[in-house]
Write a new protein. Sequence first.
Length: 364
Amino acid sequence: MKEEIRLMKGNEVVAEAAVRAGCDGFFGYPITPQTEIMETLMELKPWETTGMVVLQAESEVASINMLYGGAAAGKRVMTSSSSPGISLMCEGISYLASAELPCVIVDVMRGGPGLGTIQPSQSDYFQVVKGGGHGDYKLIVLAPASVQEMYDFVETAFELAFKYRTPVVILSDGLIGQMMERVTLREAKPRMTDAYIAEHYGDWALTGRKDGRRRNIVTSVRLDPHVMEGVNDRLQEKYRRIERDEVRYETFMTDDCDYLFVAYGSSARICRKAVDMARSEGIKVGLLRPITLFPFPSEAIASIASHCKGAMSVEMSAGQMVEDVRLAVNDRIPVRHFGRMGGAVHSPEEVFGAFKEMLINQKR
């Protein structure tokens, strides 16, 4: 497959990205608003061209455990779901993190709690960034804000997953998943061989043969507490390396800002217009968009906040990322939250109005 430019939905482009990134297997279960990912894969029939396996599992629980098996064999595997489906996967995600298995999980968020609505939301932040499953684990979390990034981040997620031997989540929402934009599809990559994985990422996979190496064992069960503590120590050191080396973010008009918006995904797109509205009234507002939600760009936020009078976290939730923004600012300036819930999407006018009410008018 050669490089192409197309007009595509965010969900559709994830499927194209998976095939072109050399994915070996996709195991998923349909749930709105991300079902087009699997539907598009079924239409592409990659098993006829690249050998990629595409399978609808009997449930989200089954699909995440299929990832465990595929990842243990050193294969590039992924799944996708939406908020209630990710809840069902949390136990399996914890197993994957403990066994240090690379995989990619796409979460196209919808309104909740419960089954909620099929409309977009950003209320999975706690579940994904803070670890919805049990134990002291973390996931690398990438937050796309465009259809092009939905495509780009699939390849990036696989690279990070194998570099650190960890699950990586692409945390999107129903707005980006369903919108259509111009996107550049890059030339397809070949699927990785066992030898390539061993050379570039270590000889840890279960390949069915030893070839003179030690026997590989993949498990998340360690009954000796001292052994389990050693595993946790290794994981925590890995997470510290990720925090040191993989922070990603984007800024907009922050060089001279007196106030700061912090927003990710769809909310960041909306906030760019709100920044323009504020600037047109002579109020110097800037925007920081976290691209990685873990690792979180705390130092960048703290640096910008050092010359600001206040900040506002804008999310389609009751306020989840705002806790990390407040930790980054460390009480040096007031931090407010504005959001809509349950699938309702805020407008730039609502964001700007809330900003003036919470941070400008209250100071007078």
